[in-house]
Design a binder for this molecule. Structure first.
Ligand code: HGY
Ligand code: MN
Ligand code: MN
Length: 414
């Protein structure tokens, strides 16, 4: 006898409506979304999702780092089957990155409510604080604290790119919650997310059964030079922080090309001072993002990168201080969960392929403590962290249905 719940499907239009409504909060002229972590826009986005959670009858908790969890009771008490992601965005974000995973979780809750399904285990939908890490490093900050990997006080005292702390911003937006952190264990964790890369679209596949997340290494460099007159200072007499920053940018590009795919390297932020047309810069603050699926390769990339910094100091006479902003080893998801994603996608008639994630996600923080996997849906032209980010409605529906059935697999059984 087929279980009735295996016939349940999400309501695509309702999910897309919530995605569009949430994207209006922090919406940019000309499209895209800007809800940097712990800003007023983030607060308004949070308030909207909490309202939807309460309308769905979920009991809502806010923890001490501002993670928000909405829970639907099951027959059993104990660890919940969890889904979720983030609703903070980068400065030029799209409507799907993170938001899809949270709102698809709400859609699952609504389908279960409408069908009067009583699950064995409790079901939780969460959004985690500061997944992006672009204002306050590291990324996945909220889920790291939630899972006891990052110390709460250390996270609260973290200063952002604007010099203010997580703690003061959390208070400002009223999400400095009371729920304890660090001890919450999930029965299982599944996250739906847009791929943010080109693979599924190029291979014309609808569902990615994510088998892991690549390693991430973020470093901030502060380069010291000597400011001098751009016209009178001979090239041989310059200590040029701007040139050093440019040399580092070219070096990491060459390093990634020499190592080859999937090695990536990005200089995303460079601030020169005094940043004037006719002054040789005496300071550069920049970030370097290195990633690879293999830890040994990432370690050797980092080694070559730091060796280059030493050579550059020698050659250019600049000082270079470095600070790690984030460091994650590659993560492998649970085979049983990856197989569930594959099996449900096939049962639902969607094409599916196993693949690693190039981006970091909250799910990777849960992987060490409970059966975890992720479901990817295609990003049109592989674009994300860009206001042009787009995913077709049919793919959103596919991802939502696979999420619903993988979650029910865990919610109704063991
Ligand atoms: O950087 C990342 O991979 C994620 O978007 N935080
Ligand atoms: Mn994301
Ligand atoms: Mn992102």
């Amino acid at each position: 006898m087929v279980n009735a719940w295996t016939q349940l499907r999400i309501n695509k239009d309702r999910l897309i409506r919530r995605i569009e409504d949430l994207a209006k909060i922090g919406g940019l002229e000309g499209g895209g979304v800007c809800r940097l972590a712990l800003t007023q826009e983030d607060k308004l986005g949070r308030d909207q999702v909490v309202t939807w959670m309460k309308e769905l009858g979920l009991s809502v908790t806010v923890d001490k780092i501002g993670n928000v969890v909405g829970t639907r009771p099951g027959e059993l008490s104990g660890p919940a089957v969890m889904t979720g992601s983030h609703i903070d965005t980068v400065r030029t974000g799209g409507p799907y990155d993170g938001n899809l995973g949270v709102l698809a979780g709400l859609e699952v809750a609504q389908v279960l409510n409408d069908a009067g399904v009583k699950t064995k285990h409790p079901f939780s939908v969460a959004f985690f604080t500061n997944e992006e890490g672009s204002r306050f490093a590291p990324d996945m900050m909220g889920s790291l604290v939630h899972q006891g990997v990052l110390d709460l006080d250390e996270a609260l005292l973290t200063k952002g790119i604007d010099g203010t702390t997580v703690q003061e911003n959390l208070k400002n937006i009223g999400y400095d919650g009371a729920e304890e952190v660090g001890q919450c264990r999930a029965h299982a964790f599944v996250e739906l997310h847009v791929e943010q890369g080109p693979v599924l679209e190029i291979e014309d596949v609808t569902i990615g059964a994510v088998d892991g997340v690549q390693g991430i290494s973020w470093t901030e460099l502060t380069i010291g030079g000597v400011s001098n007159h751009a016209g009178t200072t001979p090239m041989s007499m310059r200590t040029d922080a701007g040139y050093a920053a440019a040399a580092i940018t070219c070096f990491v590009r060459k390093l990634a090309e020499e190592i080859g795919h999937p090695q990536v390297a990005t200089v995303g932020m460079v601030k020169l001072s005094p940043n004037l047309v006719n002054v040789v810069p005496n300071k550069a603050v920049m970030t370097v993002d290195l990633r690879h699926t293999c830890e040994d390769t990432l370690l050797s990339a980092e080694k070559r990168f730091f060796e280059f910094l030493e050579e550059l100091k020698e050659k250019e006479g600049v000082s270079i201080e470095h600070r790690s902003l984030a460091r994650f080893e590659p993560v492998v998801f649970a085979e049983e969960m990856i197989q569930r994603v594959e099996a449900q996608a096939k049962t639902l008639g969607y094409s599916v392929k196993r693949m690693p994630s190039g981006a970091g996600h909250d799910a990777q923080i849960f992987a060490p403590s409970c059966p975890t996997s992720m479901i990817f849906v295609p990003s049109v032209k592989g674009i994300s962290h860009n206001i042009e980010e787009f995913t077709e409605a049919s793919d959103i529906e596919a991802g939502g249905n696979v999420l619903l059935q993988v979650l029910l697999d865990k919610l109704m059984n063991e």
